[in-house]
Design a binder for this molecule. Structure first.
Ligand SMILES: [Zn+2]
Length: 211
Protein backbone atom coordinates (compact mmCIF):
# COMPACT_ATOMS: atom_id res chain seq x y z
CA UNK A 1 0.00 0.00 0.00
CA UNK A 2 1.18 3.50 -0.80
CA UNK A 3 0.00 6.09 1.73
CA UNK A 4 0.83 9.77 1.33
CA UNK A 5 -0.51 12.21 3.90
CA UNK A 6 -0.35 15.73 2.55
CA UNK A 7 -1.17 18.64 4.88
CA UNK A 8 -3.06 21.24 2.82
CA UNK A 9 -4.27 24.78 3.43
CA UNK A 10 -3.92 27.12 6.41
CA UNK A 11 -5.63 24.64 8.78
CA UNK A 12 -3.29 21.81 7.70
CA UNK A 13 -6.03 19.40 6.71
CA UNK A 14 -4.54 15.97 6.08
CA UNK A 15 -5.34 15.00 2.51
CA UNK A 16 -4.56 11.29 2.09
CA UNK A 17 -3.58 9.64 -1.15
CA UNK A 18 -3.94 5.89 -0.77
CA UNK A 19 -2.88 3.59 -3.59
CA UNK A 20 -2.46 -0.08 -4.33
CA UNK A 21 1.21 -0.44 -5.22
CA UNK A 22 0.48 -3.35 -7.60
CA UNK A 23 -2.09 -1.64 -9.80
CA UNK A 24 -1.29 2.01 -9.11
CA UNK A 25 -4.98 2.68 -8.49
CA UNK A 26 -5.53 5.43 -5.95
CA UNK A 27 -8.16 7.38 -4.08
CA UNK A 28 -7.77 10.92 -2.81
CA UNK A 29 -9.36 11.53 0.59
CA UNK A 30 -10.22 15.03 1.88
CA UNK A 31 -8.76 17.29 -0.82
CA UNK A 32 -9.50 20.47 1.09
CA UNK A 33 -7.05 22.94 -0.44
CA UNK A 34 -3.85 23.31 -2.51
CA UNK A 35 -4.95 21.21 -5.49
CA UNK A 36 -1.56 21.61 -7.21
CA UNK A 37 0.23 19.96 -4.31
CA UNK A 38 -2.25 17.06 -4.42
CA UNK A 39 -1.95 16.73 -8.21
CA UNK A 40 1.84 16.55 -7.90
CA UNK A 41 1.54 13.66 -5.47
CA UNK A 42 -0.63 11.50 -7.79
CA UNK A 43 1.37 11.97 -11.00
CA UNK A 44 2.42 8.30 -11.19
CA UNK A 45 -0.94 6.95 -10.01
CA UNK A 46 -4.33 6.18 -11.53
CA UNK A 47 -6.92 8.09 -9.53
CA UNK A 48 -10.19 6.13 -9.38
CA UNK A 49 -12.16 8.11 -6.82
CA UNK A 50 -12.35 11.16 -4.57
CA UNK A 51 -13.63 10.68 -1.03
CA UNK A 52 -14.62 13.16 1.69
CA UNK A 53 -14.77 11.90 5.27
CA UNK A 54 -17.27 14.70 5.92
CA UNK A 55 -18.67 17.83 4.32
CA UNK A 56 -16.76 20.66 6.03
CA UNK A 57 -15.43 23.07 3.43
CA UNK A 58 -11.82 22.70 4.60
CA UNK A 59 -12.06 18.98 3.64
CA UNK A 60 -13.98 19.34 0.35
CA UNK A 61 -12.63 22.67 -0.98
CA UNK A 62 -10.88 21.11 -4.01
CA UNK A 63 -13.28 18.23 -4.80
CA UNK A 64 -14.80 20.22 -7.68
CA UNK A 65 -11.38 20.94 -9.18
CA UNK A 66 -10.15 17.33 -8.92
CA UNK A 67 -13.38 15.88 -10.28
CA UNK A 68 -12.91 17.98 -13.41
CA UNK A 69 -9.32 16.82 -13.68
CA UNK A 70 -9.93 13.07 -13.28
CA UNK A 71 -13.63 12.59 -14.11
CA UNK A 72 -14.04 10.02 -11.32
CA UNK A 73 -16.86 9.57 -8.79
CA UNK A 74 -17.02 11.58 -5.59
CA UNK A 75 -17.91 9.57 -2.45
CA UNK A 76 -19.45 11.13 0.65
CA UNK A 77 -22.32 10.51 3.06
CA UNK A 78 -25.23 12.66 1.79
CA UNK A 79 -26.19 13.65 5.35
CA UNK A 80 -23.39 16.21 4.96
CA UNK A 81 -24.65 17.70 1.67
CA UNK A 82 -25.91 20.76 3.57
CA UNK A 83 -22.32 21.58 4.59
CA UNK A 84 -20.30 21.27 1.39
CA UNK A 85 -20.69 24.88 0.28
CA UNK A 86 -21.19 26.38 3.74
CA UNK A 87 -18.31 28.70 4.63
CA UNK A 88 -18.61 28.00 8.40
CA UNK A 89 -17.12 31.45 9.03
CA UNK A 90 -17.72 34.36 6.64
CA UNK A 91 -14.89 34.64 4.11
CA UNK A 92 -13.39 31.27 5.09
CA UNK A 93 -14.08 29.69 1.69
CA UNK A 94 -12.10 32.30 -0.21
CA UNK A 95 -9.39 32.30 2.47
CA UNK A 96 -8.69 28.62 1.76
CA UNK A 97 -9.31 28.98 -2.00
CA UNK A 98 -12.33 26.64 -2.01
CA UNK A 99 -14.16 26.01 -5.29
CA UNK A 100 -17.85 24.99 -5.45
CA UNK A 101 -18.30 21.39 -4.32
CA UNK A 102 -20.67 19.03 -6.18
CA UNK A 103 -23.00 16.66 -4.33
CA UNK A 104 -21.61 13.11 -4.04
CA UNK A 105 -22.06 10.63 -6.89
CA UNK A 106 -21.76 7.68 -4.53
CA UNK A 107 -23.34 7.77 -1.09
CA UNK A 108 -21.08 6.42 1.68
CA UNK A 109 -22.95 4.34 4.22
CA UNK A 110 -22.13 2.08 7.16
CA UNK A 111 -20.93 -1.30 5.91
CA UNK A 112 -19.99 -0.19 2.40
CA UNK A 113 -16.64 -1.19 1.03
CA UNK A 114 -14.50 0.88 -1.34
CA UNK A 115 -12.18 -1.28 -3.42
CA UNK A 116 -8.96 0.24 -4.73
CA UNK A 117 -7.01 -2.49 -6.51
CA UNK A 118 -6.39 -5.06 -3.75
CA UNK A 119 -7.17 -2.57 -0.98
CA UNK A 120 -10.56 -2.69 0.70
CA UNK A 121 -11.77 0.23 2.76
CA UNK A 122 -14.65 -0.49 5.10
CA UNK A 123 -16.90 2.48 5.68
CA UNK A 124 -17.70 3.20 9.34
CA UNK A 125 -20.43 5.81 9.78
CA UNK A 126 -19.29 7.68 12.89
CA UNK A 127 -21.38 10.86 13.33
CA UNK A 128 -20.91 13.57 15.95
CA UNK A 129 -18.45 16.03 14.42
CA UNK A 130 -20.93 16.16 11.52
CA UNK A 131 -24.00 13.96 10.88
CA UNK A 132 -22.43 12.21 7.91
CA UNK A 133 -18.82 11.71 9.01
CA UNK A 134 -17.47 8.38 7.80
CA UNK A 135 -14.11 6.80 8.61
CA UNK A 136 -12.36 4.47 6.18
CA UNK A 137 -10.75 1.36 7.64
CA UNK A 138 -8.34 -0.83 5.65
CA UNK A 139 -8.50 -3.97 7.73
CA UNK A 140 -5.57 -6.00 6.38
CA UNK A 141 -3.16 -3.01 6.54
CA UNK A 142 -4.72 -1.71 9.77
CA UNK A 143 -5.07 1.89 8.68
CA UNK A 144 -7.94 4.15 9.71
CA UNK A 145 -8.59 7.44 7.95
CA UNK A 146 -10.56 9.15 10.68
CA UNK A 147 -11.35 12.64 9.37
CA UNK A 148 -12.16 14.95 12.28
CA UNK A 149 -13.59 12.23 14.53
CA UNK A 150 -10.45 11.75 16.58
CA UNK A 151 -7.13 13.53 17.01
CA UNK A 152 -3.93 12.70 18.80
CA UNK A 153 -4.87 13.48 22.41
CA UNK A 154 -8.22 15.00 21.48
CA UNK A 155 -11.52 14.55 19.64
CA UNK A 156 -13.33 16.50 16.93
CA UNK A 157 -15.39 19.61 17.64
CA UNK A 158 -19.11 19.12 18.17
CA UNK A 159 -20.09 22.81 18.27
CA UNK A 160 -20.11 23.46 14.49
CA UNK A 161 -23.32 23.13 12.40
CA UNK A 162 -24.65 19.56 12.57
CA UNK A 163 -22.37 18.59 15.47
CA UNK A 164 -23.70 16.43 18.31
CA UNK A 165 -21.76 15.58 21.46
CA UNK A 166 -23.68 12.41 22.32
CA UNK A 167 -23.14 11.00 18.83
CA UNK A 168 -19.46 11.96 18.94
CA UNK A 169 -18.98 10.11 22.24
CA UNK A 170 -20.58 6.97 20.83
CA UNK A 171 -18.51 7.14 17.66
CA UNK A 172 -15.17 7.69 19.42
CA UNK A 173 -15.96 4.90 21.84
CA UNK A 174 -16.87 2.64 18.96
CA UNK A 175 -13.62 3.03 17.00
CA UNK A 176 -11.46 2.78 20.12
CA UNK A 177 -13.16 -0.39 21.29
CA UNK A 178 -13.71 -2.14 17.94
CA UNK A 179 -10.47 -1.56 16.02
CA UNK A 180 -7.19 -3.42 16.62
CA UNK A 181 -4.83 -1.57 19.01
CA UNK A 182 -2.03 -1.36 16.44
CA UNK A 183 -4.22 0.41 13.88
CA UNK A 184 -2.54 3.51 12.46
CA UNK A 185 -4.92 6.47 12.65
CA UNK A 186 -4.65 9.27 10.09
CA UNK A 187 -6.45 12.21 11.67
CA UNK A 188 -8.13 15.07 9.83
CA UNK A 189 -5.50 17.54 11.02
CA UNK A 190 -2.03 17.36 12.56
CA UNK A 191 -0.23 14.22 13.79
CA UNK A 192 -1.08 10.62 13.16
CA UNK A 193 -1.57 8.25 16.09
CA UNK A 194 -2.62 4.68 16.90
CA UNK A 195 -5.70 3.22 18.56
CA UNK A 196 -3.62 1.93 21.50
CA UNK A 197 -1.99 5.33 22.03
CA UNK A 198 -5.40 7.03 22.17
CA UNK A 199 -6.83 4.35 24.45
CA UNK A 200 -3.97 5.00 26.85
CA UNK A 201 -3.37 8.73 26.64
CA UNK A 202 -6.39 10.53 25.15
CA UNK A 203 -8.15 12.16 28.13
CA UNK A 204 -11.52 12.31 26.33
CA UNK A 205 -11.27 8.70 25.22
CA UNK A 206 -10.28 7.42 28.65
CA UNK A 207 -13.33 9.06 30.17
CA UNK A 208 -15.55 7.56 27.46
CA UNK A 209 -14.17 4.06 27.83
CA UNK A 210 -14.83 4.13 31.57
CA UNK A 211 -18.54 4.87 30.98
ZN1 LIG B 1 -14.51 19.07 10.15
Amino acid sequence: MILKVIPVGPLAVNCSVVADEETGEAIIVDPGAEAEKILDSVKELKVVGIVATHGHIDHVGQVGRLKKEFEVPFFMNPLDNFLINDEIWQGFGSYIGAVPCPEPDIHLKEGHEIKVGTLKFKVLHTPGHTPGLCCLFEESRKVLIAGDLLFKGSVGRWDLPGGNLEDLKKSVKRVLSELPPDTLVICGHYDETTISQERAFNPFARELLED
